[in-house]
Every structure is written in structure tokens, then in C-alpha cells.
Design a protein around this ligand. Structure first.
Ligand SMILES: Cc1cc2nc3c(=O)[nH]c(=O)nc-3n(C[C@H](O)[C@H](O)[C@H](O)COP(=O)(O)OP(=O)(O)OC[C@H]3O[C@@H](n4cnc5c(N)ncnc54)[C@H](O)[C@@H]3O)c2cc1C
Ligand code: SF4
Length: 443
């Protein structure tokens, strides 16, 4: 430890080695078998269970919980994976507080839902180290190209392989997993789980992964893929980021929160990662929360999250907000950045208070300044590199039904496509459903 949280500017090694280890440990410890049995016992095994309806992948939650309760977690895992092959990751990252656990009847009755997420993790973890449990159908002789190895692409590829097709995944990045590998907060997915899960998933066979291959570059075009394969699935996510539109945005110290998190996720040594003494994060979604929390965990003295609307409008759930507050992140609502101040490098952020008029955010003219040697932009991602000729809607690839694009033979799903929330579990559901539709179309 060469620096402290009080070291001015952007600096690395603000904490001791133990400090980093402690801060970036698993957010929720896995359940022990006895704890899982107790948690499973709280389920009423409801008929027409609302938790199933609330799950984007429609996992039969009461069934898998009953399987845990009866001492067969492997069967529970199968119940989960049948619907959601990335059920291990989803158990760690799903905002269950706004999905299944919010819908749980025990949440409505007692304000304490059945711990569905942690039970799902308990079940899926039991089989992740075992051989892959699914076998492939007889070969169909058909081949499908999947572009993007994020949750959407992986779920699509797995289901296609299971149905007997050969799949080739092309991904621009060196490692597969998409935002599971490069985006999700470190403390939600520790010990290299994202790569371990991809390896386990690929254990089905019939899927070839080609990394470092960017659609639109080096001859990898949609036309070429359409000519070579029987179908194409696009799961390219949202690779672009919105601009801050504040003066001084080009100053050093101003960075994109997603890139900051990607660097953190890939860091071999967290002590080598520089972080500001005073960090300001602009935005109100999961990315903003994750950037703010992780800046604090890296040893920033102050982290302030500035959001242009009120707390109730924040896309991040109340649970995520409370998590950030518990780590020491300060929130300023109803304010927007006006100018990054500093001579070449950011030192302060001038913000303007806002109000909402007819649903639109406008400045009130009243300003304040925050110390900020690092400003992280988390104001939304945008579609980048969508192949020409595809119809877009609202900045995403327009799809109908199970991911059918405006082009014959081309499907899309996950964050890059219209419809659904931008969540891991939604991407998995869309990839899976597109695979079934592709299967029905090409066989
Ligand atoms: C910082 C952050 C934190 C998040 N935290 C959570 C969370 O806790 N829980 C949750 O449910 N959701 C979370 N999300 C949202 C979630 O990660 C996404 O909804 C999900 O990853 C979308 O999956 P996808 O497969 O559509 O896209 P991605 O995961 O973005 O994967 C897209 C893949 O396509 C590749 N690609 C892109 N362009 C090209 C191209 N031109 N050619 C080839 N390959 C290409 C990329 O390299 C990438 O591997 C978070 C998002 C961010 C940004
Ligand atoms: S709603 Fe809650 S109690 Fe009912 S089946 Fe789902 S998890 Fe069990």
C-alpha cells in the first residue's frame, strides 16, 4: 500500500492487500445445505405461482425449491437449466428484488420473500463441476452463425446445439461471456465464474467459438454469414455509450463507466488499478451503481452519484441503491452535470439542480460544485455496429416474435434487440426463444 484514500488525484494502491480482498469478496455467501433446506421450507409451493410469471425465463420455481427440500439439488438444477442455461449466473446477478422475489407471496404477506436467488445458486452450483448434463439431438446437418458470446448468444448457441445444429460463435472480444465477463460487478461473480460457466456450457459440444472477430471488419459481414450459414443470430449487445454533453468532457479523469468496470473485471491485481480520491458518477442505472460501489471499494475517499431525476425514478432498484449507500456512496438527486472543471485534468464538477416539467428534465439555474478528480459517465449504452439493411426501432434492431429481424434468415436478441429489459436473464430468454424459432424454421 503506497497510497491512501486521501492521496490527491487518481492513484492506485489506496488500500492494503487485505482491504482489496475483503472489499471484493462474494456479495452473498453461498447457502450451506442446512441453510438451503430451511430456506426451501419457507416456500408454499403455490399453485399458479406468481414467482414463475415474474421470471423472464419462466423457471418452475416451486418445483426446483421442492426438489431442494427433498434433498435432490441435482434435479433442481435440471429444472432451472431446462429453462435457463445460464441459471448459475442469473442466480448471482438477477435483480430478484424486482422479479421473482418481489412477486413471492411471502414478500406480500411478510415483507420477506423466499430466497429464490440464493436457492437457485445452491442448486446450480451442485452440478457446475460435474460433466455437462445435456446431450445433443441427432445431427441435422444445418449450421448457424451466432454473433456475440454474451448471455443472448450463448443461450441461443446452446439451445441450437442441443437441437442438433452446428454453431459457430463470432465475438469481437478476446474472452466470451459478454457483460458477464466484462460488465457485471466483481463482487457478484467472483472466482472466475463467468469463464467457468462458459466452459461448462460449451461442454454440450457442437459449438465453435471464434474470438477477436468483429462483425463488419476483416470480411466478416452479415451477407457473408448469410451465404455460409443456414441462419444467423445477432446478440451484439450495446457497445456504444452516450455522451455527457457537459463542458470539459474531454478532460483527463473523465471516463466511461462501462470501460472502467471492464478494466476492473480484467485486472489481475486490483491494487494496480487507479481510482480518484473524489469520484463523481453520473447516471441512475445498474452501471452507475456498480461504478460507484466499485470506486468506493477500490479506496476512493468520496463517491457521489449524481442523478438528474428523483430517487423514485431511478432505474436501479431500491435494493441496489441501499447497497451503494451501505458502502458509503452519496446520492445527489435532481441534478445534472454542467461543466467538468480543472486545468487539463478534472478537479471539480459543476452541476445544476433540475426539476421535471411535463415529464422533461430542465435545469433550475441553481448550481453547486463537487470535488471530482474522476468523473464516470453511466448515462446509457447505445447500439454500435448494427449491420446495414436491418430495420431499427428506438435505436435497437427491430424484432418481432421470437427475435425475427426485418431480414430473412437473421434473428436478434438480448440488449441489441427491441423489447424486454436490458438484463442478463432477459437476454438468456430471448436467445433461447430465438434458437427454438430458428430450429423450427430451418428443419
Ligand atoms: C456495468 C453493467 C452491469 C450490469 N449488471 C447487471 C446485473 O447485475 N444484473 C443483470 O441482470 N444485468 C446487468 N447488466 C445488464 C446485462 O449485463 C445485459 O443485459 C446482458 O449482458 C445483455 O446480454 P447480451 O448478450 O445481449 O449482450 P452483451 O452481454 O453485451 O454481449 C454482447 C457480445 O457481443 C460482442 N459484440 C459486440 N459487437 C460485436 C460485433 N460487431 N461483432 C462481434 N461481436 C460483437 C461483445 O464482445 C459481447 O461479447 C449490467 C450491464 C452493465 C453494463
Ligand atoms: S411465490 Fe414464493 S412461496 Fe409461492 S411458490 Fe413462489 S417462491 Fe414459493
Amino acid at each position: 500500500m503506497t497510497n491512501t484514500p486521501l492521496t490527491p488525484g487518481i492513484a492506485s494502491a489506496r488500500l492494503s492487500d487485505e482491504g482489496y480482498t475483503e472489499n471484493f469478496a462474494d456479495l452473498h455467501a453461498p447457502l450451506e445445505p442446512h441453510e438451503a433446506a430451511v430456506a426451501a421450507d419457507r416456500c408454499y409451493f403455490c399453485h399458479d405461482a406468481p414467482c414463475i410469471t415474474a421470471c423472464p425465463t419462466s423457471i418452475d420455481i416451486p418445483l426446483f425449491i421442492r426438489q431442494i427440500a427433498t434433498g435432490t439439488p441435482e434435479a433442481a438444477a435440471t429444472t432451472i437449466f431446462d429453462q435457463n442455461i445460464l441459471g448459475g449466473m442469473c442466480a448471482r446477478v438477477c435483480p430478484t428484488e424486482t422479479l421473482c422475489e418481489e412477486a413471492c407471496v411471502r414478500e406480500a404477506a411478510e415483507g420477506k420473500p423466499v430466497e429464490i436467488g440464493r436457492l437457485q445458486r445452491f442448486a446450480t452450483d451442485t452440478v457446475m463441476s460435474a460433466p455437462h448434463p445435456y446431450t445433443r439431438a441427432a445431427p441435422t446437418g444445418k449450421t448457424v452463425a451466432v454473433v456475440g458470446a454474451g448471455p443472448a448468444g450463448l443461450a441461443c448457441a446452446h439451445r441450437l446445439a442441443m437441437n442438433g445444429h452446428d454453431v459457430v460463435i463470432h465475438d469481437a472480444r478476446p474472452k466470451p461471456g459478454g457483460l458477464n465477463e466484462y460488465g457485471i460487478a466483481s463482487y457478484k461473480t467472483v472466482d472466475g465464474f463467468a469463464q467457468a460457466e462458459v466452459e461448462w456450457l460449451m461442454g454440450i459440444g457442437g459449438i465453435t467459438l471464434k474470438s477477436g472477430q468483429m462483425l463488419g471488419q476483416g470480411g466478416l459481414t452479415l451477407d457473408a454469414l448469410k451465404a455460409e450459414y443456414d441462419a444467423v443470430f445477432l446478440g451484439i449487445g450495446l457497445a456504444g455509450v452516450n455522451a455527457l454533453r457537459a463542458a470539459g468532457e474531454g478532460k483527463s479523469g473523465v471516463a466511461d463507466a462501462v470501460a472502467f468496470i471492464a478494466e476492473l473485471r480484467q485486472a489481475e491485481n486490483l491494487a494496480a488499478l487507479p481510482v480518484g480520491r473524489n469520484v463523481a458518477v453520473i447516471g441512475g442505472g445498474m452501471t452507475a451503481i456498480d461504478a460507484a460501489v466499485q470506486s468506493k471499494l477500490l479506496g476512493a475517499e468520496t463517491v457521489t452519484l449524481v442523478y438528474r431525476r428523483g430517487r423514485e425514478a431511478m432505474p436501479a432498484s431500491r435494493y441496489e441503491q441501499d447497497l451503494a449507500a451501505s458502502k458509503g456512496v452519496r446520492f445527489i438527486f435532481n441534478a445534472m452535470p454542467q461543466e467538468v472543471l480543472g486545468n487539463g485534468a478534472a478537479t471539480m464538477l459543476r452541476c445544476e439542480y433540475t426539476r421535471v416539467e411535463d415529464g422533461r428534465v430542465t435545469g433550475t439555474g441553481e448550481t453547486f460544485e463537487l470535488p471530482a478528480d474522476q468523473v464516470l459517465k453511466a448515462i446509457g449504452q447505445t447500439l454500435e455496429g448494427a449491420p446495414e439493411g436491418l430495420e431499427l426501432s428506438g435505436g435497437k434492431i427491430a424484432v418481432t416474435g421470437a427475435g425475427r429481424t426485418s431480414m430473412d434468415g437473421v434473428w436478434a436478441g438480448g440488449d441489441c434487440a427491441t423489447g424486454g429489459d436490458d438484463l442478463t436473464v432477459t437476454a438468456v430468454a430471448e436467445g433461447r426463444d430465438a434458437a427454438e424459432d430458428i430450429h423450427a424454421s430451418i428443419c
